[in-house]
Design a protein around this ligand. Sequence first.
Ligand SMILES: NC(=O)C1=CN([C@@H]2O[C@H](COP(=O)(O)OP(=O)(O)OC[C@H]3O[C@@H](n4cnc5c(N)ncnc54)[C@H](OP(=O)(O)O)[C@@H]3O)[C@@H](O)[C@H]2O)C=CC1
Ligand SMILES: O=C(O)[C@@H]1CCC=N1
Length: 276
Amino acid sequence: MKSIQDIRIRFVGAGNMAASLMGGLINKGMTASQMTASDPGQNQRDYIERQFQILTFGDNNAHFGMPDIVIIAVKPQIMKQVLQDVASSIRRTHPLVISVAAGITTDQMAQWLGLDLPIVRAMPNTPALIGQGAIGMFANQLVTKEQLLMTEQVMDAVGTSIWVTEEGNIDAVTALSGSGPAYFFMFMQYLQQAGQKLGLSETNAALLAKKTAIGSALLAERSPESLQQLKDRVTSPNGTTAAALESFTENNIEQVIEQALNAANDRSIALSKEFD
Ligand SMILES: NC(=O)C1=CN([C@@H]2O[C@H](COP(=O)(O)OP(=O)(O)OC[C@H]3O[C@@H](n4cnc5c(N)ncnc54)[C@H](OP(=O)(O)O)[C@@H]3O)[C@@H](O)[C@H]2O)C=CC1
Ligand SMILES: O=C(O)[C@@H]1CCC=N1
């Protein structure tokens, strides 16, 4: 099996997600010379070259080489156009294709590339920028055991990854962890705002909201107790937490969250149909 020092990667699209993967891979011991990237944005290319010393190109087919993996990290809206653009290079070199785009299916990608290829759909999230991503992955039938392990090495460089065996589950991953950081940021934002309304300064309310989120997340990860048990530990009978939790329950927080995840899941499914 190829070690992380031997894998050659071509990034197509060098925005936020690609840059977080590049940073994570370099931290894990890959060298800049193992990677190349293409992106039409001169500023973004300058940033990538400055930050990581990775060679970048404006043309998706320029200096394509013989990559083991091609990571497609562009918006779903332009996936078809981008895959059709790089199709000849991919058909010539037969790499593993990994897409991080929401919604777009492996069948659609194969169709736009004009070839049945090993394809992985990976759904990371923005904490990958600091090596704390949660990533769900699906591999089509053509992905070899070695390619599965290579994919894990790449994704584990930026967080914790899991495989799903049904492609449809990637929509659920997108709804939960792909979009999930935004839910937590929103929750922290509302905690901060409510704290300010209760008289705290903006600085203090922001600090307490963020530190409470970080502390709770770390405790949830490190403690052997369930989320329910951890919640119960905070909640004194007839105390302040019980008052707040009752208010959440009266306002149907469970249904609100379920509906939000359903909306994201539905949107992920709709995205693939939109760009067919
Ligand atoms: N952001 C997130 O939280 C997550 C995003 N994703 C997925 O990752 C993908 C990328 O998202 P993200 O990194 O946030 O987006 P970005 O906009 O940061 O990155 C996309 C990059 O692709 C470039 N690009 C545009 N056209 C082309 C082209 N023809 N060929 C090559 N590159 C091109 C863009 O350049 P320019 O800006 O100049 O157009 C941009 O630099 C999306 O499909 C998204 O669904 C997945 C999980 C989480
Ligand atoms: O909002 C989106 O569509 C992308 C996919 C998951 C997170 N951001």
